[in-house]
Design a protein around this ligand. Structure first.
Ligand SMILES: Cc1ncc(COP(=O)(O)O)c(C=O)c1O
Length: 438
């Protein structure tokens, strides 16, 4: 998924841009000065686009708008929406830790000890001992020399790629990479070349054309966040060796899910030594907010002194660092969580496949149900919510037109009863909207 612009692709109308914007329906006269007691007319060309923007309003008018839904409880297997309990099948809290008592306790103690914020960036006054503890623990888990924390995963991808890839150097990026990787590539003065999703021949074709001595970064998601499939990492690493490229893996959805003790995609393929940089986030399995890059000590030291998103942004809060550290400890101490996540994934996948849904090539707890139609996707999502199941719709430009899907993601803590309830509802609504045979 590109995530370039997450709004649904119902065409904008230009009418609104031309419409009068004042009560009474008169066209604004941008050249006349407003009387002193009159509000100024906004004739700013800059904001024409905001008046033209109709997509969201159109979907709202159809009663199908599925974004910014309000939850009034903790992110757990069930959440409260509009005063009603609803089964959560749209969370990235894969290990089910966001409401864990030990993590909440760790957060409270961190706030008692360090207060609510750091008052500055890591570079200057904002480095706490708890940041170093978390970096050390993460380095141990992903088996790299050093780790550097950022305030979000998005910032990691911006800050690392833009600092590492310079002018005259190249980035080779999978077309389904996360938006934050794409934005990081755009920030870099290097040249970005994209290859079709998981298409190793296309990657090699790009690599062959580049000057052998030029710096090259191959950057990929470990687990693709919408499709739920996994990067062909052995082939990526083979090509990187052959063409002297450096590999970076965004493992937002791999940490806590794949590999020994949740170490991620590189560990899953026993290729940690060949992936020079592993990026992770705390907003998924690690039940918090923040992100990290893991690499060799020299690369981390370079980033500490060149990465603007790190140097000029406040450090991750004590509460967030404490939550991530506590989650990491639970992940290591309770490997049965990861096993449970996979058991749940298999149960759900088996049920969905036998109901006849099109699940694409998912290999992970992210399970797409392909609808291949915009309205069906929104209707499916809305009807499921009415039936007590929360899922996420994914529509163009997030995916290519014709690839619209409902994204289901499992947690370690879903029960068999919850999964069976969901399967019953998915099958019922799937028939209703015509996705599976009656
Ligand atoms: C693949 C991937 N990379 C990076 C990010 C950004 O992480 P964060 O939520 O920590 O900003 C996300 C989050 O959606 C993601 O899915």
């Amino acid at each position: 998924m590109t995530h370039d612009n997450p709004t649904p692709a119902i065409n904008d109308s230009t009418d609104v841009a031309r419409a009068p914007h004042r009560a009474g329906g008169h066209s604004p006269n941008c050249h006349a000065l407003p009387a002193l007691n009159e509000p100024a007319i906004d004739c700013s060309p800059l904001l024409v686009k905001t008046r033209k923007f109709q997509n969201a309003r159109k979907v709202r008018a159809l009663g199908l708008y599925p974004y910014f839904r309000t939850i009034s409880s903790a992110q757990d297997t069930e959440v409260i929406m509009n005063g009603r309990r609803i089964l959560m099948l749209g969370s990235n809290s894969y290990l089910g830790l966001t409401n864990h008592p030990k993590i909440k306790e760790a957060v409270k103690s961190a706030v008692d000890r360090y207060g609510s914020g750091c008052g500055g960036s890591r570079f200057l006054n904002g480095t706490l001992d708890i940041h170093l503890d978390l970096e050390e623990a993460l380095a141990h888990v992903v088996n790299k020399e050093a780790v550097l924390l950022y305030s979000t995963g998005f910032q990691v991808n911006l800050g690392v790629i833009s600092a590492i890839v310079g002018k005259g150097e190249y980035i080779l990026a999978d077309k389904s990479n996360h938006a934050s990787l794409n934005e990081g590539c755009l920030l870099s003065p290097g040249e970005m070349l994209r290859f079709p999703h998981n298409h190793m021949l296309a990657l090699e074709t790009h690599l062959k054309k580049l000057p052998p001595s030029a710096g090259k970064l191959i950057v990929v998601d470990g687990v693709f966040s919408m499709e739920g499939d996994v990067i062909r990492l052995p082939e990526v690493c083979r090509l990187a060796r052959r063409y002297h490229a450096t590999v970076m893996v965004d493992d937002a959805h791999g940490i806590g899910v794949l590999g020994r003790n949740g170490a991620g995609t590189a560990d899953h393929f026993s290729l940690t030594d060949q992936v020079r940089m592993i990026m992770g986030t705390f907003s998924k399995s690690l039940a918090s907010l923040g992100g990290f890059i893991a690499a060799d000590a020299e690369t981390i030291d370079y980033l500490k002194h060149h990465s603007k998103e790190l140097i000029f942004s406040a450090s991750i809060t004590p509460a967030n660092a404490a939550a991530a550290l506590a989650a990491l400890k639970i992940m290591l101490a309770e490997p049965e969580r990861i096993a449970g996540l996979w058991r749940n994934t298999e149960r759900m996948k088996k049920g969905l496949a036998s109901a006849g849904f099109d699940l694409g090539g998912s290999r992970t707890p992210i399970i797409p149900i392909y609808c291949r139609d915009l309205l069906t996707t929104f209707q499916f999502c809305k009807r499921l919510q009415e039936e007590g199941v929360f899922v996420n719709p994914v529509v163009p430009p997030g995916v290519a037109p014709g690839m619209e899907l409902i994204r289901i993601s499992l947690m370690a803590t879903h029960t068999d009863d919850q999964i069976d309830f969901a399967l019953g509802k998915l099958e019922q609504v799937g028939r209703e909207v015509g996705l599976i045979d009656r």
